[in-house]
Design a protein around this ligand. Structure first.
Ligand code: RIB
Length: 335
């Protein structure tokens, strides 16, 4: 049975308005009245009807965050940064996982719009600019995450992935490696194609260096392991002497496959570098070199931009913030 505000007011012997003040502006109510009302709420098991409050207030106090893969620590670190900044503004974060599936991504965008969230942060799967433009036109501010906005019509927070890919390949070349392999996919992800493009630029500058692509169907440990096993199945002379994995989860899978077959040493026979610098990277059996992304800072900054978008409206100016990646050298490339 749903308990109403009136029943709480009657039990606490106060007006309905006082109950509302206790819930929304407790600083305006005397401490003993707050205590009496809270006791009545507890005794009756009252739960506020947020939908009604949201409609009156115009917008909910939640932010909708859509990430590509909730199983990837990069995105949970990013979500933590977003949550910390949101809490400073009295907001909460609702997390949705698109799992690199356009139907799920769209369903979350519909849900967050119906919930009249304060705004949406999204790491988009493909080119959802059109869909996000409509969302914003109907009043939901939006900021792109982990993807630089193609045009200046959206605010975005990302890392310079071509520079990150260049740095990873350059580091392998500086370690004297010449037969490089890029492990990553699907090619529908901008993060993958941008990192590969950067790696190609570095290899093109190095005489005698080659770069092959071992495409994966996801940026996961399992796919990394499959790629590693395909390398192990080759004759030693046919194997790369260095692997750049598009993210750390792939790199962990590659390391598992190489390590399971004792005769291939990392970095001796094959140097290995990943991307993101998630916590597992430094804890791997061969600590993983990686290209660090400031994941929590990306989340924190994205909420800053979203609050500005919400305050200025769709006509306000939009900002594209691009952080620089950082090379972290560990044992897997001879650090
Ligand atoms: O999930 C896709 C990848 O892109 C993550 O590992 C992270 O690197 C993000 O930028």
């Amino acid at each position: 049975m749903v308990v109403s505000v009136r029943e709480v007011a009657a039990l606490a012997k106060v007006s309905v308005g006082t109950v509302s003040n206790v819930m929304n502006r407790p600083e305006k109510v005397s401490p003993d009245t707050v205590e009496r009302v809270q006791a009545a709420i507890l005794a009756l098991g009252f739960v506020r009807n947020d939908a009604a409050r949201q409609l009156r207030a115009g917008r909910s106090r939640s932010i909708g965050l859509v990430v590509l893969d909730v199983g990837n620590p990069f995105f949970t670190d990013l979500a933590r940064g977003a949550e910390n900044r949101a809490a400073e503004a009295g907001l909460t974060v609702l997390l949705g996982n698109s799992d690199d599936d356009a139907v799920r991504e769209n369903a979350y965008l519909d849900l967050f719009e119906e919930q009249r969230v304060h705004g949406v942060l999204i790491s988009p799967i493909g080119d959802t600019t059109e869909r996000l433009a409509r969302l914003r036109e109907r009043g939901t501010p939006t900021v792109l995450l982990d993807r630089q906005a193609e045009n200046r019509n959206f605010s975005s927070v990302s890392v310079d992935d071509p520079a990150g890919g260049y740095t990873a390949a350059r580091h392998l070349l500086e370690r004297g490696r010449r037969r490089l392999a890029f492990v990553g996919g699907p090619a529908s992800l901008r993060q993958v194609t941008d990192r590969l493009a950067g790696a190609r630029s570095a290899v093109a500058e190095q005489a005698g260096a080659t770069l092959e692509v071992i495409e994966t169907t996801a940026l996961s440990v399992l796919e990394g392991r499959r790629a590693g096993e395909s390398v192990m199945a080759r004759a030693a002379s046919e194997r790369p002497d260095a692997i750049f994995a598009a993210n750390d989860l792939l790199a962990m899978g590659v390391l598992q496959a190489l390590n399971m077959n004792g005769d291939v040493q990392v970095p001796g026979a094959i140097a290995l570098i990943g991307y993101d610098d998630i916590a597992f990277a430094s804890a791997a059996v061969v600590p993983l070199s990686s290209i660090r992304q400031p994941s929590e800072l990306i989340g924190h900054t994205a909420v800053d931009l979203l609050l500005r978008e919400a305050a200025n409206g769709a006509e306000g100016e939009h900002e594209q913030i691009v952080f620089q990646p950082e090379l972290i050298i560990r044992a897997s490339t001879g650090g």
